[in-house]
Design a protein around this ligand. Structure first.
Ligand code: KE4
Length: 429
Protein backbone atom coordinates (compact mmCIF):
# COMPACT_ATOMS: atom_id res chain seq x y z
CA UNK A 1 0.00 0.00 0.00
CA UNK A 2 1.40 3.37 -0.97
CA UNK A 3 1.90 5.85 1.86
CA UNK A 4 -0.99 8.04 3.02
CA UNK A 5 0.57 11.33 1.86
CA UNK A 6 1.14 9.99 -1.65
CA UNK A 7 -2.42 8.68 -1.76
CA UNK A 8 -3.73 12.12 -0.74
CA UNK A 9 -1.58 13.83 -3.36
CA UNK A 10 -2.75 11.33 -5.96
CA UNK A 11 -6.38 12.21 -5.21
CA UNK A 12 -5.55 15.90 -5.76
CA UNK A 13 -3.58 15.06 -8.90
CA UNK A 14 -6.52 13.19 -10.39
CA UNK A 15 -8.51 16.44 -10.32
CA UNK A 16 -6.15 18.22 -12.68
CA UNK A 17 -4.06 15.57 -14.47
CA UNK A 18 -5.51 12.73 -16.59
CA UNK A 19 -5.05 9.65 -14.38
CA UNK A 20 -3.17 11.84 -11.90
CA UNK A 21 0.07 11.69 -13.89
CA UNK A 22 1.91 13.25 -16.80
CA UNK A 23 2.85 9.88 -18.30
CA UNK A 24 0.61 6.80 -18.07
CA UNK A 25 3.02 4.20 -16.72
CA UNK A 26 3.61 6.37 -13.63
CA UNK A 27 0.05 5.76 -12.46
CA UNK A 28 0.84 2.22 -11.18
CA UNK A 29 -2.39 1.03 -12.87
CA UNK A 30 -0.90 -2.22 -14.13
CA UNK A 31 0.09 -3.17 -10.57
CA UNK A 32 -3.27 -2.16 -9.11
CA UNK A 33 -1.87 0.51 -6.82
CA UNK A 34 -1.28 4.26 -6.74
CA UNK A 35 2.10 5.91 -7.21
CA UNK A 36 4.64 7.08 -4.67
CA UNK A 37 4.88 10.84 -4.98
CA UNK A 38 8.53 11.79 -4.90
CA UNK A 39 9.91 14.49 -2.65
CA UNK A 40 13.56 14.11 -3.67
CA UNK A 41 16.16 11.56 -4.69
CA UNK A 42 19.90 11.11 -4.31
CA UNK A 43 22.12 8.30 -5.53
CA UNK A 44 20.15 5.04 -5.49
CA UNK A 45 17.66 6.44 -2.96
CA UNK A 46 14.30 7.96 -3.67
CA UNK A 47 12.39 9.78 -0.89
CA UNK A 48 8.61 9.57 -0.96
CA UNK A 49 6.18 12.35 -0.03
CA UNK A 50 5.96 11.04 3.56
CA UNK A 51 9.74 10.98 3.91
CA UNK A 52 10.09 7.22 3.51
CA UNK A 53 13.21 6.07 1.63
CA UNK A 54 13.23 3.52 -1.19
CA UNK A 55 15.96 1.87 -3.24
CA UNK A 56 15.01 3.13 -6.70
CA UNK A 57 15.17 0.98 -9.86
CA UNK A 58 13.00 3.22 -12.06
CA UNK A 59 15.79 5.79 -12.33
CA UNK A 60 13.52 8.09 -14.33
CA UNK A 61 13.15 5.15 -16.81
CA UNK A 62 16.82 5.11 -17.65
CA UNK A 63 18.48 8.57 -17.53
CA UNK A 64 19.77 8.32 -13.96
CA UNK A 65 22.60 5.87 -14.72
CA UNK A 66 24.96 7.83 -12.43
CA UNK A 67 22.37 7.83 -9.68
CA UNK A 68 20.05 10.71 -8.76
CA UNK A 69 21.32 14.26 -8.16
CA UNK A 70 24.95 13.54 -9.00
CA UNK A 71 26.82 16.57 -7.59
CA UNK A 72 28.91 17.14 -10.72
CA UNK A 73 25.83 17.01 -12.96
CA UNK A 74 23.98 19.42 -10.67
CA UNK A 75 26.97 21.77 -10.74
CA UNK A 76 27.06 21.66 -14.55
CA UNK A 77 23.35 22.52 -14.73
CA UNK A 78 23.70 25.34 -12.19
CA UNK A 79 26.69 26.78 -14.03
CA UNK A 80 24.85 26.70 -17.38
CA UNK A 81 21.69 28.18 -15.85
CA UNK A 82 23.68 31.12 -14.47
CA UNK A 83 24.23 32.19 -18.08
CA UNK A 84 20.61 31.81 -19.20
CA UNK A 85 18.34 28.83 -19.79
CA UNK A 86 17.33 28.97 -23.44
CA UNK A 87 18.21 31.17 -26.38
CA UNK A 88 16.64 29.83 -29.57
CA UNK A 89 20.07 30.40 -31.07
CA UNK A 90 23.04 28.06 -31.57
CA UNK A 91 25.60 27.52 -28.83
CA UNK A 92 29.09 25.98 -28.80
CA UNK A 93 27.86 23.30 -26.40
CA UNK A 94 25.65 21.82 -29.13
CA UNK A 95 28.70 21.36 -31.35
CA UNK A 96 30.59 19.62 -28.56
CA UNK A 97 27.58 17.41 -27.77
CA UNK A 98 27.31 16.33 -31.41
CA UNK A 99 31.06 15.57 -31.34
CA UNK A 100 30.60 13.53 -28.13
CA UNK A 101 27.79 11.58 -29.81
CA UNK A 102 29.89 10.96 -32.94
CA UNK A 103 32.80 9.76 -30.82
CA UNK A 104 30.52 7.21 -29.12
CA UNK A 105 28.51 6.27 -32.25
CA UNK A 106 30.95 6.76 -35.17
CA UNK A 107 28.31 6.26 -37.87
CA UNK A 108 26.51 9.33 -36.50
CA UNK A 109 28.62 11.75 -38.54
CA UNK A 110 25.84 14.25 -38.03
CA UNK A 111 23.07 14.38 -35.45
CA UNK A 112 20.08 16.59 -34.67
CA UNK A 113 19.20 17.25 -31.05
CA UNK A 114 15.55 17.22 -29.96
CA UNK A 115 13.82 17.25 -26.57
CA UNK A 116 12.64 13.66 -26.15
CA UNK A 117 13.01 10.12 -27.41
CA UNK A 118 9.67 10.45 -29.18
CA UNK A 119 10.93 13.40 -31.18
CA UNK A 120 14.12 11.49 -32.00
CA UNK A 121 12.24 8.52 -33.46
CA UNK A 122 9.71 10.76 -35.23
CA UNK A 123 12.55 12.70 -36.80
CA UNK A 124 14.43 9.57 -37.83
CA UNK A 125 11.36 7.98 -39.40
CA UNK A 126 10.37 11.11 -41.32
CA UNK A 127 13.97 11.32 -42.52
CA UNK A 128 13.91 7.68 -43.61
CA UNK A 129 10.68 8.28 -45.54
CA UNK A 130 12.08 11.44 -47.09
CA UNK A 131 15.39 9.81 -47.97
CA UNK A 132 13.88 6.66 -49.53
CA UNK A 133 10.71 8.22 -50.93
CA UNK A 134 8.79 5.31 -49.41
CA UNK A 135 6.01 5.28 -46.77
CA UNK A 136 5.89 1.95 -44.94
CA UNK A 137 7.75 1.41 -41.66
CA UNK A 138 8.33 -1.90 -39.88
CA UNK A 139 8.33 -2.18 -36.08
CA UNK A 140 8.22 -5.01 -33.57
CA UNK A 141 5.13 -6.09 -31.66
CA UNK A 142 5.85 -5.07 -28.08
CA UNK A 143 8.33 -2.46 -29.26
CA UNK A 144 7.81 1.11 -28.09
CA UNK A 145 9.36 4.13 -29.71
CA UNK A 146 7.37 6.99 -28.20
CA UNK A 147 4.04 8.47 -29.05
CA UNK A 148 4.07 9.06 -32.80
CA UNK A 149 0.80 7.98 -34.43
CA UNK A 150 2.32 5.49 -36.84
CA UNK A 151 4.21 3.83 -33.99
CA UNK A 152 1.13 3.28 -31.80
CA UNK A 153 0.12 0.37 -33.98
CA UNK A 154 -0.70 -3.23 -33.20
CA UNK A 155 -0.14 -6.07 -35.58
CA UNK A 156 -2.66 -6.55 -38.33
CA UNK A 157 -4.39 -9.90 -38.68
CA UNK A 158 -1.66 -11.45 -40.81
CA UNK A 159 1.95 -11.14 -39.76
CA UNK A 160 3.19 -9.00 -42.59
CA UNK A 161 -0.07 -7.15 -43.08
CA UNK A 162 -0.36 -3.47 -42.35
CA UNK A 163 -1.18 -2.38 -38.85
CA UNK A 164 -4.25 -1.29 -36.93
CA UNK A 165 -4.34 1.59 -34.42
CA UNK A 166 -3.17 0.71 -30.92
CA UNK A 167 -4.52 3.95 -29.48
CA UNK A 168 -7.67 6.01 -29.92
CA UNK A 169 -7.02 8.98 -32.14
CA UNK A 170 -4.71 7.21 -34.54
CA UNK A 171 -6.37 7.29 -37.98
CA UNK A 172 -6.53 3.84 -39.60
CA UNK A 173 -4.92 5.29 -42.70
CA UNK A 174 -1.88 6.24 -40.61
CA UNK A 175 -1.71 2.87 -38.85
CA UNK A 176 -1.89 1.23 -42.25
CA UNK A 177 1.58 2.54 -43.06
CA UNK A 178 3.11 0.33 -40.37
CA UNK A 179 3.89 -3.40 -40.46
CA UNK A 180 4.43 -5.18 -37.14
CA UNK A 181 6.63 -8.25 -36.83
CA UNK A 182 7.81 -10.23 -33.82
CA UNK A 183 11.14 -9.50 -32.14
CA UNK A 184 13.82 -12.12 -32.85
CA UNK A 185 11.75 -13.41 -35.79
CA UNK A 186 13.90 -13.02 -38.88
CA UNK A 187 11.49 -15.15 -40.95
CA UNK A 188 8.75 -12.65 -40.13
CA UNK A 189 10.98 -9.81 -41.23
CA UNK A 190 11.80 -11.68 -44.45
CA UNK A 191 8.08 -12.20 -45.08
CA UNK A 192 7.39 -8.49 -44.66
CA UNK A 193 10.11 -7.61 -47.14
CA UNK A 194 9.01 -10.34 -49.54
CA UNK A 195 5.50 -8.85 -49.61
CA UNK A 196 6.22 -5.14 -49.44
CA UNK A 197 9.96 -4.67 -49.70
CA UNK A 198 9.73 -1.94 -52.31
CA UNK A 199 7.42 0.11 -50.05
CA UNK A 200 9.44 -0.17 -46.84
CA UNK A 201 11.30 3.00 -45.85
CA UNK A 202 12.68 1.72 -42.57
CA UNK A 203 12.75 -0.92 -39.89
CA UNK A 204 12.83 0.65 -36.43
CA UNK A 205 13.89 -1.58 -33.57
CA UNK A 206 15.00 -1.48 -29.98
CA UNK A 207 18.29 -3.40 -30.48
CA UNK A 208 17.86 -4.47 -26.86
CA UNK A 209 14.13 -4.51 -26.22
CA UNK A 210 13.09 -2.88 -22.95
CA UNK A 211 9.43 -2.07 -23.52
CA UNK A 212 8.17 -5.63 -23.32
CA UNK A 213 10.56 -6.21 -20.46
CA UNK A 214 14.26 -6.82 -21.12
CA UNK A 215 14.66 -9.04 -24.20
CA UNK A 216 18.03 -9.29 -25.88
CA UNK A 217 18.71 -9.89 -29.57
CA UNK A 218 19.33 -13.53 -30.52
CA UNK A 219 22.35 -14.36 -32.68
CA UNK A 220 21.77 -13.23 -36.25
CA UNK A 221 18.70 -11.09 -35.51
CA UNK A 222 20.29 -7.65 -35.81
CA UNK A 223 22.68 -8.73 -38.57
CA UNK A 224 19.78 -10.26 -40.50
CA UNK A 225 17.70 -7.09 -40.27
CA UNK A 226 20.64 -5.00 -41.51
CA UNK A 227 21.13 -7.36 -44.47
CA UNK A 228 17.41 -7.25 -45.36
CA UNK A 229 17.39 -3.44 -45.25
CA UNK A 230 20.54 -3.24 -47.38
CA UNK A 231 19.09 -5.69 -49.90
CA UNK A 232 15.86 -3.72 -50.27
CA UNK A 233 17.11 -0.15 -50.01
CA UNK A 234 15.43 0.43 -46.63
CA UNK A 235 17.04 2.05 -43.59
CA UNK A 236 17.64 0.18 -40.33
CA UNK A 237 16.96 2.51 -37.40
CA UNK A 238 18.27 1.53 -33.96
CA UNK A 239 16.13 3.11 -31.29
CA UNK A 240 18.79 3.33 -28.57
CA UNK A 241 16.81 5.79 -26.48
CA UNK A 242 16.85 3.27 -23.62
CA UNK A 243 19.91 1.09 -24.29
CA UNK A 244 22.19 3.82 -25.64
CA UNK A 245 25.02 4.63 -23.21
CA UNK A 246 23.55 1.90 -20.94
CA UNK A 247 24.38 -1.54 -22.33
CA UNK A 248 27.70 -0.07 -23.48
CA UNK A 249 28.96 3.49 -23.89
CA UNK A 250 28.40 2.98 -27.62
CA UNK A 251 25.05 1.30 -26.96
CA UNK A 252 23.80 -1.98 -28.43
CA UNK A 253 25.60 -1.30 -31.71
CA UNK A 254 28.91 -1.40 -29.84
CA UNK A 255 27.89 -4.38 -27.67
CA UNK A 256 26.58 -6.50 -30.56
CA UNK A 257 28.73 -5.13 -33.38
CA UNK A 258 25.93 -4.17 -35.79
CA UNK A 259 25.79 -0.62 -37.18
CA UNK A 260 22.38 0.72 -38.27
CA UNK A 261 21.75 3.42 -40.88
CA UNK A 262 20.28 5.81 -38.28
CA UNK A 263 20.38 5.88 -34.48
CA UNK A 264 17.96 7.49 -32.03
CA UNK A 265 19.13 8.54 -28.56
CA UNK A 266 17.35 9.92 -25.50
CA UNK A 267 17.22 9.51 -21.71
CA UNK A 268 20.91 9.28 -20.65
CA UNK A 269 22.02 11.72 -23.39
CA UNK A 270 20.18 14.46 -21.46
CA UNK A 271 21.50 13.45 -18.04
CA UNK A 272 17.99 13.74 -16.57
CA UNK A 273 16.93 16.86 -18.50
CA UNK A 274 14.76 16.77 -21.64
CA UNK A 275 16.92 15.75 -24.59
CA UNK A 276 17.10 13.32 -27.48
CA UNK A 277 18.95 13.06 -30.75
CA UNK A 278 18.89 11.22 -34.04
CA UNK A 279 21.71 10.90 -36.51
CA UNK A 280 23.72 8.97 -39.04
CA UNK A 281 25.92 9.45 -42.10
CA UNK A 282 26.09 12.89 -43.72
CA UNK A 283 24.67 11.36 -46.92
CA UNK A 284 21.40 10.76 -45.07
CA UNK A 285 21.46 13.63 -42.55
CA UNK A 286 22.01 16.13 -45.36
CA UNK A 287 18.32 15.66 -46.12
CA UNK A 288 17.36 17.34 -42.82
CA UNK A 289 16.22 21.00 -42.93
CA UNK A 290 17.61 23.54 -43.37
CA UNK A 291 20.20 21.57 -45.36
CA UNK A 292 17.60 19.40 -47.08
CA UNK A 293 13.85 18.97 -47.58
CA UNK A 294 12.94 16.91 -44.48
CA UNK A 295 11.52 19.38 -41.98
CA UNK A 296 11.94 18.98 -38.24
CA UNK A 297 12.35 21.68 -35.60
CA UNK A 298 12.09 22.38 -31.87
CA UNK A 299 12.05 25.46 -29.62
CA UNK A 300 14.16 23.79 -26.94
CA UNK A 301 16.24 21.49 -29.15
CA UNK A 302 19.85 21.54 -27.93
CA UNK A 303 18.80 23.38 -24.77
CA UNK A 304 21.96 24.57 -22.97
CA UNK A 305 20.97 23.10 -19.61
CA UNK A 306 20.17 19.68 -21.14
CA UNK A 307 23.41 19.84 -23.11
CA UNK A 308 25.36 20.65 -19.93
CA UNK A 309 23.72 17.82 -17.97
CA UNK A 310 24.10 15.38 -20.85
CA UNK A 311 27.73 16.22 -21.61
CA UNK A 312 28.74 15.95 -17.94
CA UNK A 313 26.94 12.61 -17.68
CA UNK A 314 28.72 11.25 -20.77
CA UNK A 315 32.04 12.56 -19.46
CA UNK A 316 31.56 10.71 -16.17
CA UNK A 317 30.49 7.54 -18.02
CA UNK A 318 33.80 7.60 -19.94
CA UNK A 319 35.69 6.98 -16.69
CA UNK A 320 37.69 3.73 -16.83
CA UNK A 321 35.84 0.71 -15.43
CA UNK A 322 32.36 2.24 -15.66
CA UNK A 323 30.78 -0.52 -17.73
CA UNK A 324 32.55 -3.28 -15.87
CA UNK A 325 31.03 -1.82 -12.69
CA UNK A 326 27.55 -1.62 -14.27
CA UNK A 327 27.92 -5.22 -15.45
CA UNK A 328 28.87 -6.35 -11.94
CA UNK A 329 25.94 -4.52 -10.33
CA UNK A 330 23.55 -5.98 -12.90
CA UNK A 331 24.95 -9.48 -12.43
CA UNK A 332 24.63 -9.28 -8.63
CA UNK A 333 21.04 -8.08 -8.90
CA UNK A 334 20.27 -10.87 -11.37
CA UNK A 335 21.78 -13.49 -9.06
CA UNK A 336 19.75 -12.18 -6.11
CA UNK A 337 16.51 -12.33 -8.11
CA UNK A 338 17.21 -15.87 -9.36
CA UNK A 339 18.15 -17.12 -5.88
CA UNK A 340 15.13 -15.54 -4.16
CA UNK A 341 12.68 -16.91 -6.75
CA UNK A 342 14.19 -20.38 -6.44
CA UNK A 343 14.11 -20.20 -2.64
CA UNK A 344 10.40 -19.28 -2.78
CA UNK A 345 9.62 -21.89 -5.42
CA UNK A 346 8.26 -19.21 -7.76
CA UNK A 347 8.52 -19.62 -11.55
CA UNK A 348 10.48 -16.58 -12.73
CA UNK A 349 12.81 -16.05 -15.68
CA UNK A 350 15.25 -13.20 -15.08
CA UNK A 351 16.61 -11.58 -18.25
CA UNK A 352 19.36 -8.97 -18.31
CA UNK A 353 21.58 -7.11 -20.71
CA UNK A 354 24.13 -5.07 -18.80
CA UNK A 355 22.28 -2.74 -16.42
CA UNK A 356 18.82 -3.44 -17.90
CA UNK A 357 16.95 -6.26 -16.18
CA UNK A 358 13.44 -7.79 -15.89
CA UNK A 359 12.07 -10.64 -13.77
CA UNK A 360 9.48 -12.30 -16.06
CA UNK A 361 6.86 -14.33 -14.20
CA UNK A 362 6.92 -16.88 -17.00
CA UNK A 363 8.28 -20.38 -17.38
CA UNK A 364 11.10 -20.24 -19.91
CA UNK A 365 12.88 -17.64 -22.01
CA UNK A 366 11.05 -14.55 -23.25
CA UNK A 367 12.29 -13.94 -26.78
CA UNK A 368 9.39 -11.83 -28.12
CA UNK A 369 5.96 -10.45 -27.26
CA UNK A 370 4.57 -13.94 -27.87
CA UNK A 371 6.14 -15.14 -24.62
CA UNK A 372 6.03 -11.81 -22.77
CA UNK A 373 2.25 -11.68 -23.24
CA UNK A 374 1.97 -15.03 -21.40
CA UNK A 375 3.53 -13.62 -18.22
CA UNK A 376 1.53 -13.81 -15.01
CA UNK A 377 0.61 -10.17 -14.51
CA UNK A 378 -1.17 -10.78 -11.19
CA UNK A 379 1.89 -12.49 -9.71
CA UNK A 380 4.05 -9.58 -10.85
CA UNK A 381 1.56 -7.20 -9.20
CA UNK A 382 1.80 -9.02 -5.85
CA UNK A 383 5.60 -9.10 -6.13
CA UNK A 384 5.79 -5.40 -6.98
CA UNK A 385 3.53 -4.38 -4.08
CA UNK A 386 5.63 -6.38 -1.62
CA UNK A 387 8.85 -4.87 -2.98
CA UNK A 388 7.37 -1.42 -2.39
CA UNK A 389 6.22 -2.43 1.08
CA UNK A 390 9.79 -3.46 1.85
CA UNK A 391 11.39 -0.27 0.55
CA UNK A 392 12.17 -0.99 -3.11
CA UNK A 393 10.72 1.25 -5.86
CA UNK A 394 10.62 -1.07 -8.89
CA UNK A 395 9.18 -0.19 -12.35
CA UNK A 396 5.39 -0.69 -11.99
CA UNK A 397 4.88 -2.99 -14.96
CA UNK A 398 5.83 -6.51 -15.96
CA UNK A 399 6.63 -5.09 -19.38
CA UNK A 400 9.33 -2.65 -18.39
CA UNK A 401 13.03 -2.97 -17.67
CA UNK A 402 14.56 -1.93 -14.37
CA UNK A 403 17.56 0.38 -14.32
CA UNK A 404 20.25 -0.14 -11.68
CA UNK A 405 22.80 2.68 -11.59
CA UNK A 406 26.43 3.21 -10.63
CA UNK A 407 25.07 4.46 -7.30
CA UNK A 408 23.56 1.05 -6.43
CA UNK A 409 26.26 0.21 -3.90
CA UNK A 410 26.52 -2.66 -1.43
CA UNK A 411 24.06 -0.98 0.93
CA UNK A 412 21.42 -0.49 -1.78
CA UNK A 413 21.85 -4.09 -2.96
CA UNK A 414 21.66 -5.41 0.61
CA UNK A 415 18.37 -3.56 1.14
CA UNK A 416 17.12 -4.99 -2.16
CA UNK A 417 18.15 -8.52 -1.16
CA UNK A 418 16.26 -8.13 2.14
CA UNK A 419 13.07 -7.20 0.26
CA UNK A 420 13.26 -10.09 -2.22
CA UNK A 421 12.39 -12.84 0.25
CA UNK A 422 9.06 -11.31 1.32
CA UNK A 423 8.36 -10.19 -2.26
CA UNK A 424 8.67 -13.67 -3.76
CA UNK A 425 6.70 -15.09 -0.83
CA UNK A 426 3.93 -12.62 -1.70
CA UNK A 427 4.29 -13.55 -5.38
CA UNK A 428 3.68 -17.19 -4.48
CA UNK A 429 0.33 -16.03 -3.08
P1 KE4 B 1 10.36 9.74 -24.51
O1 KE4 B 1 9.52 10.51 -25.55
O2 KE4 B 1 9.51 9.18 -23.40
O3 KE4 B 1 11.56 10.54 -24.02
O4 KE4 B 1 11.02 8.49 -25.27
C1 KE4 B 1 10.17 7.59 -25.93
C2 KE4 B 1 10.91 6.26 -26.05
C3 KE4 B 1 11.48 5.94 -27.27
N1 KE4 B 1 12.16 4.78 -27.43
C4 KE4 B 1 12.31 3.91 -26.40
C5 KE4 B 1 13.05 2.63 -26.62
C6 KE4 B 1 11.74 4.19 -25.13
O5 KE4 B 1 11.89 3.31 -24.12
C7 KE4 B 1 11.03 5.39 -24.95
C8 KE4 B 1 10.37 5.75 -23.63
N2 KE4 B 1 10.45 4.76 -22.61
C9 KE4 B 1 9.42 4.80 -21.60
C10 KE4 B 1 9.65 3.62 -20.63
N3 KE4 B 1 9.46 2.39 -21.24
C11 KE4 B 1 9.39 6.11 -20.89
C12 KE4 B 1 8.51 6.13 -19.66
C13 KE4 B 1 7.19 6.79 -19.93
O6 KE4 B 1 6.61 6.58 -21.00
O7 KE4 B 1 6.74 7.51 -19.01
Amino acid sequence: MTDERSRALYAEACEVLPGGVNSPVRAFKSVGSTPVFVKEARGATLVGADGREYVDYVGSWGPMILGHAHPEVLAAITDAASRGTSFGAPTEGEIRMAEDIRAAYPHMEMSRMVSSGTEATMGALRLARGYTGRSVVVKCIGGYHGGADYLLVKAGSGLATLGEPDSAGVPPAIAATTISIHYNDLDGAKAAFAERGDEIAAVIIEPVAGNMGCVGPEAGWLEGLKALCDAHGALLIFDEVMCGFRVAYGGAQERFGVTPHLTCLGKIVGGGLPAGAYGGPKTIMSKVAPLGPVYQAGTLSGNPLAVAAGRKTLELLRAPGTYEKLEAIGAELEAMLVAAAKEAGVTCTVQRVGAMITPFFHDGAVRSWREADQCDRATFGRWHAAMLEHGVHWPPSQFEAAFPSLAHDADALAKTRAALGPAFAAARG
